[in-house]
Design a protein around this ligand. Sequence first.
Ligand SMILES: [Zn+2]
Length: 310
Amino acid sequence: MKLSKFLFLASLLSGIWLFNESAQADLSSNLVIQYIQEGIARKSWQPVQEENFLNRSGMLPRNNYRNGQGRPEGIVIHETANPTSTIYNEISYMYGHWQSAFVHEFVDANHLVGVANTDYLCWGAGTIANQRFIQVEQLEVHSKDDFAREQLNLAKFTADQLSYYGLGMGRRRATIWSHDDVSGVLGGTNHSDPVSYWNNSASNWFSGSYNMDDFIWLVNQIKSATLMRGYGLPSIIKRDTQTRWLKFGRNTEIFDRSVAGKVIGNSTTLSAKNVTVKEIGTLSNGQVLALVSQNNNILGWTDLTALIKI
Ligand SMILES: [Zn+2]
């Protein structure tokens, strides 16, 4: 995405956090995800704020995805397979060797760094996948808490990309792929990350398992959390910021403009799906809502992440 749009998106999405006790998140049977949920509920864990290195990425080529600029079809999950590297060293190395390979994003327990424009393809998983997908690289981390927090950051980033590009819920080998999935299904590459990293981390620190299906459950939990109840009315952060038209990309509730938590409709009942955004606001729990209108009639507040570009 363009830099200005990236910053706008980052400013909107960095504050969204959809898991907490009051939001009645579904409980997982997976030990890694249970530990993440406990961290959020009891240790005030939140996804880390994204850092933006796009101003250092001018040397990178700008090639369109097979469906065009700004049209990725999903996301590929990588892991560096380097047990001793650090995130900023990995990024420096990538900028120095981009002709061989580069990705869009790096993540670890305490950092999420955008390093290439996600509106254009990167070179991380072979010719077939490169033409289709955003790609994110995990660093290897070395403790129970760090692994849990890295997964939280990775899942939040993934959920935000699916929302931003209007790709719907996370679906295995459709909108979310491991590099191993790419090797097995699409070809053009033969890496198997992050399978062994996740297996070993889950086994060593949680005496359990953790795989792509678990990760996708976590992503979808973040994407679909119930909004607004118990958090009052939004505090306005932007007014009349968008003139572009959007539409509902998934079914979601519409809330009264001035009565907190009062559901007044549902996007499925609207005869027309196109809306304009009049205001953007945040709830006390950090969730971001859009006040939407049709034909100059205010409909109400709705989940910003449910809206997609026309
Ligand atoms: Zn990989």
